[in-house]
Ligand binder design. Structure first.
Ligand code: NAD
Ligand code: 2HG
Length: 480
């Protein structure tokens, strides 16, 4: 476990141990430093299953919670966060690193999509950050380990755009088979070119799906309904949808498929997983589609395979380097193969829009914003991608002098015993703890706590020296 990776200012109540303790205050235990502050319970955005009298974790005054949303996060998500009373700044694009560093210093919550890279070099400046929301499926753009080791929880939306991606793939398979992209461009340029050579029905053709997860399996069902034969390759043994058949190796899939479509995550094993050797294994005149991540295909090798006539077409939705926002140019400045790519025939180039539908973005907005609210208000980590999943029945307004303690700590022997010695001075009503790798997360609801005792409680936990970040907040007003 690395030691303090954060550059924490001295003398502000933080420790430079990897530590984080979040205490909360409710009702009469409101510890806000604001003299005018009163407890209030914003409407829950996450449905009727939360009792209206639910008490909320208040590591901060609600209105002090600063949220930065980048990359045009859908309005549904923005509204949920604004309704909580948080301060929400929403920008349409990603930010260059220097501007991101300036902004991230202050915020408690950040929401991004696939473009913004939150690596250690950026996150080390995020002194107050408690949670990251990826308003998308992929989380490869975030250093999940660094975040966990610094007590920053990360959420995503695991399947809200899967259907949209799968539908786009169906559209692209037919578009490639019929060379629609080229015919459309020609006629837009005034050229009538009525051809059938090299144009095919998709019925009876074999679709090879690499990565049979949320997107791949949806696509499988739709492709079969158009009369395609579906084969798939996945590193995990998964149930076939319909009459799709699993194959044992990628090579087997490449040798059989007329259309190869990639739906794997960006991980070291999938980096350039389709390169020269794999193009050689594909059938003459096959098609390649990639809507996963740009790093999964060796694009210069794809260009060569297309130029050599090995492939009859390709569709790319993702690229190793993508523009930061709409209106920016897609040129060799970003990827040095871009001009060659643009010159190819029967290649569909789309600007990472696989999941860009109203339905998907709204669903993602709601799902991720709800996760963020539950985390900030209640400490619940259900659905987190880098922390153990911990939740407890909420405290209610009928429970005076109750406090929820969240303690994110290094997963080392003896911590729980020492934490419970501290909490044991009070009545521990309920407690849940779980670990994930080096990080452990404890949630405890304790009662018979007086306002005057909370600061000591907090300090005692912080003094254990095993916390993953100490930065709570209302007790000394410094926040995190
Ligand atoms: N273009 C877009 O807008 C868009 C939208 C959604 C998702 N995506 C990307 O697509 C990816 C897949 O999405 P999903 O929701 O289906 O993910 P998923 O996690 O549900 O499925 C991924 C599948 O890939 C498999 N896999 C992992 N490594 C593999 C390997 N080396 N070989 C074969 N299979 C492997 C996994 O076992 C899993 O079944 C995401 O990680 C994301 O990066 C892009
Ligand atoms: O909307 C985005 O930026 C990302 C879409 C997609 O790649 C995802 O990971 O969900």
């Amino acid at each position: 476990m690395p030691t303090a990776a954060r550059d924490i200012p001295q003398g502000n109540g933080h420790s430079d141990s990897l530590a984080r303790t979040v205490s909360n205050s409710f009702g009469t235990l409101d510890l806000s430093t604001s003299p005018t502050a009163t407890f209030h319970s914003p409407q829950s955005s996450y449905g009727g299953h939360q009792k209206p009298s639910t008490k909320q974790l208040k590591p901060f005054q609600t209105q002090d919670v600063k949220v930065l949303l980048l990359e045009n996060v859908n309005k549904t998500g923005q509204d949920i966060l604004r309704k909580q009373g948080y301060q929400v700044e929403a920008l349409k694009s990603s930010l260059p690193d220097d501007q991101l560093i300036e902004k991230i210093r202050d915020v408690h919550v950040i929401g991004i999509r696939s473009k913004t890279q939150l690596r250690a070099n950026i996150l080390k400046h995020a002194k107050n950050l408690i949670v990251i929301g990826c308003f998308c499926i992929g989380t490869n753009q975030v250093d999940l380990q660094y975040a966990a080791e610094n007590g920053i929880c990360v959420f995503n939306s695991p399947f809200s755009n899967s259907r949209s991606v799968a539908e786009l793939m169906i559209g692209e398979i037919i578009t490639l088979a019929r060379q629609l992209g080229d015919r459309n461009n020609e006629l837009h340029n005034g050229v009538w070119n009525k051809v059938s050579a090299g144009c095919w029905e998709v019925r009876g053709k074999t679709l090879g799906i690499v990565g049979y997860g949320h997107v791949g399996s949806q696509l499988s069902v739709m492709a079969e309904s158009m009369g395609m034969k579906v084969i798939f390759y996945d590193v995990v043994n998964l149930m076939s949808m319909g009459v799709a058949s699993p194959v044992h190796t990628l090579e087997e899939l490449l040798r059989q498929a007329d259309f190869v479509t990639l739906h794997v995550p960006e991980i070291p094993e999938t980096m350039n997983m389709i390169s020269t050797a794999q193009f050689d294994q594909m059938k003459q005149g096959a098609y390649l589609l990639n809507a996963s991540r740009g790093s999964v295909v060796d694009i210069p090798a794809l260009i060569k395979a297309m130029q050599a006539g090995k492939l009859a077409g390709a569709a790319l939705d993702v690229y190793p380097n993508e523009p930061g926002g709409n209106g920016e140019h897609f040129t060799n400045n970003l990827n040095d193969f871009t001009e060659d790519l643009r010159k190819l025939k029967n290649i569909l180039l789309t600007p990472h829009i696989g999941g860009s539908t109203e339905e998907a973005q709204s669903a993602i907005g709601a799902e991720v914003a709800d996760s963020l609210v539950k985390y900030v208000n209640l400490g619940t980590t259900s659905g987190a991608v880098n922390m153990p999943e911990v939740t407890l029945r909420s405290l209610t307004m009928d429970e005076p002098n109750h406090v929820r303690v969240i303690y994110i700590h290094k997963n080392v022997p003896g911590v729980l015993r020492r934490v419970n010695e501290i909490l044991g001075d009070h009545n521990v009503d309920k407690q849940m703890t779980d670990s994930r790798g080096d990080v452990a997360y404890l949630m405890a609801d304790i009662s018979s706590v007086n306002v005057s005792e909370i600061k000591d409680l907090y300090q005692s936990l912080e003094d254990l020296g095993t916390s993953l970040y100490t930065g709570s907040s209302t007790l000394d007003g410094v926040g995190r």
